[in-house]
Design a protein around this ligand. Structure first.
Ligand code: SAM
Length: 190
């Protein structure tokens, strides 16, 4: 297939927005795959802030970062991403150029612990307030599970009504695939 798949598209957007030395956010570290990707983008002089509510996810991410020799440029909080503005040092907030929310549940873990639309929206609002102009927030929305469909509808409603003077909002989705594959909503701060 020539058309870009969902996860490569998400990475491409972040590669466009993030330069070495920047500050970025992994709002749902999970098993740490995205955290490692972001740590590569920001380089030796950049900084990644990661969040997750599950201890298991924090441990998995720290282990993955250590394996890749990337631990020093990453700070992980065992907190919900709704704590973003309270936890990220003020001096770093305006230098945030990219963020990813890989929503849903931790693969291979308790499927009842899922991201919630109210806290996801609280975190997006905080990011849009603090981050640099042209910074990009990528939401990867998994709507195949019951709570995922609820979260999808609430997030789409929120994103569709964001003031276009504040953010460009894009939806990228294959619309004829079976089994509700994930799709992307990306926000670029103006
Ligand atoms: N990005 C991850 C990776 O690369 O492996 C996958 C993330 S997984 C789909 C979603 C994660 O969101 C879970 O680990 C879950 O614990 C976490 N989560 C749920 N609610 C959260 C919240 N309020 N703040 C931060 N993380 C949350």
């Amino acid at each position: 297939m020539k058309m870009e798949r969902i996860l490569p598209f998400a990475k491409n957007l972040l590669e466009k927005a993030v330069q070495p030395g920047d500050v970025v956010v992994d709002a749902t570290v999970g098993n740490g795959h995205d955290t490692v990707f972001l740590a590569g983008l920001v380089g030796d002089n950049g900084k990644v802030y990661g969040f997750d509510v599950q201890k298991e996810a924090i441990l998995a991410t720290k282990e993955r970062l250590a394996t890749h020799g990337l631990s020093e440029r990453v700070t992980i909080f065992h907190e919900g991403h709704e704590q973003l503005s309270a936890k990220i040092p003020t001096a770093d907030q305006q230098n945030i150029t990219g963020a990813i929310f890989n929503l849903g549940y931790l693969p291979g873990s308790d499927k009842s612990i899922v991201t919630q639309p109210d806290t996801t929206i609280a975190a997006i609002e905080q990011l849009l307030e603090m981050m640099a102009p042209e910074g990009i927030i990528v939401l990867v929305i998994y709507h195949g599970h019951e709570q995922g469909a609820v979260e999808r509808d609430i997030l789409l409603q929120f994103c569709q009504h964001l003031d276009q003077k504040k953010a460009h909002v894009l939806q990228y989705q294959f619309i004829n695939q079976q089994n509700n594959p994930p799709f992307i909503v990306a926000l670029e701060k103006r």
